[in-house]
Design a protein around this ligand. Structure first.
Ligand SMILES: *[C@@H]1O[C@H](CO)[C@@H](O)[C@H](O)[C@H]1NC(C)=O
Ligand SMILES: *[C@@H]1O[C@H](CO)[C@@H](O)[C@H](O)[C@H]1NC(C)=O
Ligand SMILES: *[C@@H]1O[C@H](CO)[C@@H](O)[C@H](O)[C@H]1NC(C)=O
Length: 262
C-alpha cells in the first residue's frame, strides 16, 4: 500500500502543464505467422517498421501497436500453437536502460531503428523475466527503453504471470501518457488510478473488438481523456480526443492512423 501511494505521488509530480499539440499514430497490423516464433516476430517487426516509417513521414512523434501483434495466430487460450510462449519471450531492461542495438530481437530492431529516433514506439510483447512471462507493453525511443508496463488484469492466466500493480507513465514532447492494456479497461486498477493522478493521454493496446474503438471512446468521454488505441482486429484502431474519435482505421490490412491531439 505504501509503495502504491508513492507511485501516485511520483506521477502527479511528473505532469507538465506546458505541452503543445502532439501528432500521434496508431498501427493496425495484420499479424502473420511464420515458420518459427522468431520468424513470426521478424515478419511482424518488418510490418511495424513499415508503419513506423509512414508515421514519421506524416509527422507523428508517437505510435502504438496492438496487443499480441508480434505473435501471428498464437493460441492464447491454449498458451501455445506450433510454438511455445517461451519462444516469443524477450528480456526487457528497466526504464532508462540502453538497448543492445546489436541484438536481433524485436526490442533491438524496433528500438534502434531510424524511425525510433523520431518516434516513441509502444509495442506489446512477451517479457521473459528470468523464466516468468509477462504480457508487457514496452515503450522505446532512440535506442533506450523509456517505460514498460506489465498488464495487471491478466486475461490468459495460463500464459502470463500476474504482476504487482504499477502505474506506468512516460513523456513525449512534454505530454505525459499512461499505459494500460486490453482487459484492463474493464477494471479500476490501474486505469482509474492513472486518471485520478491527472494523466490525460493514454497508450492503449488490445486484442479483441469488444474492447476496441467503442469502449475506448466511452472511456475517453467519461474521463475527458485522449487515447491512442491499437486493436488487433481490423477497423478498430483509433485516436480519441476527449471521447471524440477523431481518426479510425478502415477495414483492411496494415494501416497507420495519424491525428493531432491538442
Ligand atoms: C555491438 O557491435 C559493435 C560493432 O560491431 C561493437 O563495437 C560493440 O561492442 C557491440 N556491442 C555489444 C553490446 O555487443
Ligand atoms: C516543453 O516545455 C518547456 C517549458 O516547460 C518549453 O520551453 C518547451 O518548448 C516545451 N516543448 C515542447 C515540445 O512542447
Ligand atoms: C491478412 O493477411 C493474410 C495473408 O497473410 C490475408 O489472407 C488476409 O486477407 C489479410 N487480412 C486483411 C484484413 O487484410
Amino acid at each position: 500500500m505504501k509503495s502504491f501511494f508513492i507511485a501516485v505521488v511520483a506521477i502527479a509530480a511528473v505532469l507538465q502543464p506546458c505541452h503543445a499539440a502532439i501528432k500521434v499514430a496508431a498501427g493496425q497490423v495484420n499479424s502473420t505467422t511464420g515458420a518459427s516464433a522468431v520468424d513470426t516476430q521478424n515478419q511482424n517487426v518488418d510490418t511495424f517498421l513499415q508503419l513506423m516509417s509512414q508515421a514519421v513521414s506524416q509527422g507523428a512523434v508517437f505510435i502504438d501497436f496492438p496487443e499480441f501483434s508480434l505473435m501471428g495466430s498464437f493460441e492464447f487460450d491454449l498458451c501455445s500453437s506450433t510454438f511455445t510462449v517461451a519462444a516469443f519471450g524477450e528480456v526487457i531492461g528497466a526504464a532508462g536502460h540502453r538497448i543492445d542495438c546489436n541484438g536481433t530481437g524485436p526490442l533491438s530492431r524496433i528500438g534502434c531503428s531510424d524511425a525510433a529516433k523520431v518516434l516513441h514506439v509502444s509495442y506489446n510483447t512477451v517479457e521473459n523475466a528470468a523464466g516468468i512471462f509477462f504480457n508487457t507493453q514496452v515503450v522505446v525511443h532512440n535506442g533506450v527503453i523509456v517505460a514498460s508496463y506489465r498488464k495487471y488484469n491478466v486475461f490468459y492466466k495460463n500464459c502470463f504471470a500476474s504482476p504487482q500493480l504499477e502505474l506506468i507513465t512516460f513523456v513525449v514532447q512534454n505530454t505525459t501518457f499512461g499505459i494500460f492494456t486490453c482487459y484492463d479497461i474493464l477494471f479500476e486498477h490501474p486505469k482509474m488510478d492513472l486518471v485520478r493522478a491527472g494523466v490525460k493521454y493514454f497508450s492503449y493496446s488490445s486484442a479483441i473488438p469488444l474492447i476496441g474503438a467503442d469502449a475506448v471512446s466511452l472511456f475517453g468521454a467519461e474521463n475527458g481523456v485522449n487515447v491512442v488505441s491499437s486493436n488487433a482486429n481490423t477497423g478498430q484502431s483509433s485516436i480519441v480526443d476527449h471521447g471524440l474519435t477523431i481518426a479510425q482505421a478502415p477495414s483492411g490490412g496494415n494501416y497507420v492512423v495519424v491525428a493531432t491531439l491538442a
